[in-house]
Write a protein of this length. Sequence first.
Length: 50
Amino acid sequence: MFTRNIEESIRKLIAAFPSIALLGPRQVGKTTLAKTIMGKTKNTVKLPWL
């Protein structure tokens, strides 16, 4: 797996804001990144895109 430099920034944003969104082109690892962060952070929920 790749080491992602943005993960620490996102974790700080989660601590400061009640919700965040990961946006970007298809197949760049947004879901993988979200699942990785959710596994390391308490009280997180992934909402499906409707």
